[in-house]
Design a protein around this ligand. Structure first.
Ligand code: ZN
Length: 313
């Protein structure tokens, strides 16, 4: 017989991803922003790590959008105004390469329906809108874009930029098999309960379509060495942490098959965005012109080890 672990106040703690009671406390960290302690629980059943208590979604306010919340690297306004002037271009070019390559090989011709789930300030949507189409097998395949998010930037993208932005209820009532690509770019670590989002994405994906997921890999070398002091650990906003195994388990639960890609620009973007001075960023950009430097960094942070997924036909 197993004893259910007791959380704060003696309440039992269950995995927020799979519901299992096989969770153990990995550690506790004080966080300055909300000036309180957070517990980190690891699930032996699904390898997911989650933060207690969950700080709620109200933390995503105007201060957060300006980088004055728990994540100083956030800058929604610059991205909203001109995504091309931000370092995210490195990431967008890479995601475009990965997704269009996969879709050209795996879905029939015709328009490509792309849902950016958690579209935030809309940088990726605008990037895709500017691309308009891509060529596959001699055909021009137009892109049809949908975003999903809530908050002031979602409203602006809908109202001022004319994007099709769906709220939670509208998205939930979309027909199954609607999308060739569903991107979840640095989204899943923010979700209190990630499983329903993967379930919805699996339903909305077309057979042969691509679920393009990016999130930190806490099983890689640097996070393992740094533990809870790892810079990516921001318990107010990064409330769930994944590993390649955790993603494979969650994909399997929803009938998805893992697919791996070798990232390049996405790796370079992650390095550049965490360097605060222009001098360091210049140096990093220069060093990362050498492919083996990018490969080495990718190895340390395990970016390309995190699988995306496809829906089998
Ligand atoms: Zn679990």
């Amino acid at each position: 017989m197993t004893t259910e672990p007791a959380g704060p106040g003696g309440a039992s703690v269950a995995c927020r991803c799979c519901g299992s009671a096989r969770v153990t406390l990995r550690g506790t960290r004080h966080s300055q922003f909300l000036a309180r302690d957070f517990d980190f629980w690891h699930c032996a059943a699904c390898d997911f790590m989650f933060v207690e208590p969950f700080s709620g979604y109200a933390i995503y306010n105007e201060a957060y959008y300006r980088g004055r919340g728990p994540d100083p690297f956030v800058d929604y306004e610059s991205e909203y105004r001109d995504y091309r002037a931000t370092d995210r271009m490195l990431e967008f070019d890479d995601l475009w390469r990965v997704a269009t390559g996969f879709i050209a090989d795996n879905t029939p011709e015709g328009p490509v329906e792309w849902l950016d789930f958690g579209c935030g300030a809309g940088g990726l949507l605008k990037y895709l809108a500017d691309r308009r189409e891509f060529r596959s097998g001699g055909n021009a395949r137009p892109l049809r874009l949908t975003g999903h998010d809530v908050g002031t930037y979602a409203d602006r993208l809908r109202r001022d930029d004319g994007f099709r932005i769906l709220g939670p209820d509208e998205l939930a009532s979309e027909p199954g098999g609607s999308y060739d690509v569903i991107s979840l770019v640095e989204v899943v670590e923010h979700l209190e309960f990630p499983d329903p989002v993967f379930s919805l994405a699996a339903r909305l994906l077309k057979p042969g379509g691509l679920l393009l997921v990016t999130t930190g890999n806490v099983a890689s070398l640097v996070p393992r060495l740094k533990g809870l002091d790892y810079g990516y650990i921001m318990p107010e906003v990064h409330v769930g942490y994944f590993t390649p195994r955790a993603l494979r388990i969650i994909y399997a639960r929803h009938g998805l098959r893992p697919v791996r890609f070798r990232y390049d620009g996405a790796v370079r973007f992650k390095v550049v965005k965490t360097l605060r001075t222009a001098g360091r960023q210049r140096l990093a950009r220069l060093a990362m012109r050498l492919p083996f430097v990018v490969r080495a960094i990718d190895g340390l942070f395990g970016t390309s080890r995190m699988p995306c997924a496809t829906k089998p036909r």
